[in-house]
Design a protein around this ligand. Structure first.
Ligand code: BGC
Length: 457
């Protein structure tokens, strides 16, 4: 067990360690039909009844589009020096291709300039799950045209912003949006089809490398990465069946996207899905094209999972044994809290020979915060960060090449299918009035970052 009882400070991570906070366009910007923006798949998906908790819509979200100047002041006040945000593809190219929306470009230009004015280093995520609806009509991530569309989007962004932004994350969690959006039907665009999932995986694997090449070519002095979700997979019992299905889930959750990006091709471990994936896409032809020499790999570890054999589940034949059922600590998302597991995943990703540097591009938790007398005393979240940061420091001391940590997320926002119910922010947002209130975890971060150990709570 990692000992986090003796409090650590940001100084322990060294002078050049990057401390950031992350947001994404669809979750924060709002202004969905303002200044020429086209609809994204999340705008359309949210209009379908029963898809988003409480049928809420992301149309206004945190109204970051209009409030970014004040929000950046908060980022600064909390002591972060890096700001990670994503570009809304349909704000920049309302139809996905074709005409560039000058007002969309102007918005990101002002956002970038404001960051630089405040001394915040911008990290741009190119794709954080909000495909233009116009492209979804033509097949979205499953379409053979995807690479062409994505290439144009990346080119526009690199040309417009690359003079000032040097840090780029090509895609956020390809496993997340391809599986939830094209196979499980739980996220936009709500598809449930292997025939859509298999090409979507392959197009995302190709796009992450192609995007890297475009940015490298167009942006002088760029520092390029891409972000992967990861979850340690534990078998529920030591039975051969449980171990076998845990291995399958491990391929899907931890190896499927990073290995092709490192030039290793898709994992090929006698798993029927991998055979189909290769066959469907004739993927063996593309081993070289799926590879890109990333400067860093972003890792995002929200939970480990425990699985057991279940013959009724197609393909993976595995079902999850939830943290609550196992009576282990978990967040209000139901996600197991396990900093030791985070530490092991850091070690594991660092061990790939072709991985140069790691950045934890997201880390955070949802707890049912309560506002009492204008204050949110979210001790559980503080405890969560303390545990995870102690695990990170241990890994770093043992030689893991980790260069930064970005908290997820600046403020409560549109949490995808969970709507506005699941709050991950360091800052509380009242969605009726847009009033921001820094939570105790935000104050804790400020003290942690300014290394004032004594000011803990
Ligand atoms: C995503 C975020 C999301 C967070 C919490 C990550 O997988 O990148 O957009 O809000 O998880 O669910």
């Amino acid at each position: 067990m990692i000992n986090h009882s003796s409090e650590i400070s940001s100084r322990d991570f060294g002078k050049n360690f990057l401390w950031g906070v992350a947001i994404s366009a669809a979750q924060n910007e709002g202004a969905h039909a303002v200044d020429g923006r086209g609809p994204s798949i999340w705008d359309s998906y949210a209009k379908r009844k029963g898809k988003i908790r409480d049928d809420t819509k992301p149309f206004e979200a945190c109204d970051f589009y209009h409030r970014y100047k004040d929000d950046l002041l908060l980022v600064k006040a909390l002591g972060f020096t890096v700001f990670r945000f994503s570009i809304s593809w349909s704000r920049v190219l309302p139809e996905g291709m074709g005409k560039v929306n000058k007002e969309g470009i102007a918005f990101y230009n002002s956002l970038i300039d404001e960051c630089l004015k405040l001394g915040l280093t911008p990290f741009i995520t190119l794709y954080h799950w909000d495909l233009p609806q116009a492209l979804q009509k033509e097949g979205g991530w499953s379409s053979h045209l995807l690479l062409k569309w994505f290439g144009r989007f990346v080119t526009v962004c690199a040309e417009e912003f690359g003079d000032r932004v040097k840090n780029w994350i090509i895609i956020n969690e390809p496993m997340g949006f391809t599986s939830l959006g094209y196979m499980l039907g739980k996220h936009a665009p709500g598809k449930m089809s292997l025939n859509e999932f298999l090409p979507a995986i392959h197009n995302a694997a190709m796009a992450q490398a192609e995007g890297g090449r475009i940015v490298r070519h167009l942006v002088k002095g760029s520092y390029i990465g891409t972000s992967f979700s990861c979850s340690e997979v534990m078998p529920y019992s030591s039975s051969a069946k449980d171990i076998e299905v845990a291995n399958r889930m491990d391929i899907l959750l931890n190896r499927l996207f990073i290995e092709p990006s490192l030039g290793m091709g898709y994992p090929d471990d006698h798993f029927v899905l991998m055979e189909k994936l290769n066959l469907f896409n004739k993927a063996w032809k593309y081993k070289e094209r799926m590879k890109f020499d990333f400067d860093f790999i972003g890792i995002q570890n929200y939970f480990p999972i425990t699985v057991k054999y279940n013959p009724l589940i197609p393909i993976v034949q595995a079902s999850e044994v939830k943290a609550a059922t196992r009576k282990v600590p978990h967040t209000d998302m139901g996600w197991e809290i396990n900093a030791d597991s985070f530490y092991r995943m850091l070690k594991r990703f660092d061990a790939y020979e072709a991985v140069k540097e790691l950045i934890v591009t997201e880390g955070g938790a949802f707890f049912k915060d309560k506002m009492v007398n204008g204050m949110v005393n979210d001790e559980l979240r503080i405890d969560y960060f303390q545990q995870y940061l102690a695990a990170l420091l241990k890994a770093k001391h043992e030689g893991v090449a980790v260069k930064g940590y970005f908290a997820w997320t600046l403020m409560d926002n549109f949490e995808w299918a969970e709507g506005f119910h699941a709050r991950f922010g360091l800052i509380h947002v009242d969605f009726k009035t847009q009033l921001r209130t820094v939570k105790q975890s935000g104050h804790w971060f400020r003290d942690f970052l300014s290394s004032k150990k004594e000011r803990h709570l």
